[in-house]
Design a protein around this ligand. Structure first.
Ligand SMILES: [Zn+2]
Length: 158
């Protein structure tokens, strides 16, 4: 953040609470850019034929992932998991269970991962342009971000 969002002055780097942060040099303003991570909800959506992996329009061709989305203000993360499943896949979700909470420093996010069962036919919203349904026995986790949640979920069956 190069300019103070409160008063518009150019920010400067300064150590605050043991870390370098961009702060406003105006003592009367005192803005500090904490740069705290953003929570993201990730959902392993399991249908009777397997787990839904979807491809975002902006991703490389072969990249597929479980469903993710940002929380709305005041929203229970569990409700966000249900809402994202409805909005992105058009499925009818049952109540979600928490898998765990995972770091994703690369995007300055923290991932709140849920699993839920869902029924119905997949209808992608316009953020997504492809999907596949993978039986649980053929699911493979990846070693970062949402993949850590997939790994823990798969390990719970061993
Ligand atoms: Zn300022």
């Amino acid at each position: 953040m190069r300019y103070c969002p409160l008063c518009g002055k150019a920010t400067v780097a300064k150590i605050v609470d043991q870390r370098e942060r961009q702060i406003c040099p105006d003592a009367g303003c005192g803005f500090i850019f904490w740069n705290n991570p953003t929570p993201v909800v990730a959902v392993i959506v399991e249908t009777p034929s397997g787990v839904v992996l979807a491809h975002h329009v902006s991703w490389p061709e072969k990249a597929f992932s479980i469903i993710t989305g940002f929380l709305e203000a005041g929203e229970d993360p569990k409700e966000a998991a249900v809402r994202e499943t409805r909005e992105e896949l058009g499925l009818i979700p049952e109540s979600p269970t928490l898998i765990g909470v995972y770091p994703f420093a690369r995007s300055n996010q923290v991932i709140l991962a849920y699993h839920l069962f869902a029924q119905g036919e997949v209808h992608l919203n316009d953020e997504l342009d492809a999907y596949k349904i993978i039986p649980r026995s053929r699911m493979k986790a990846w070693s970062f971000g949402t993949g850590l949640a997939v790994a823990d979920w798969l390990a719970s069956f061993n």
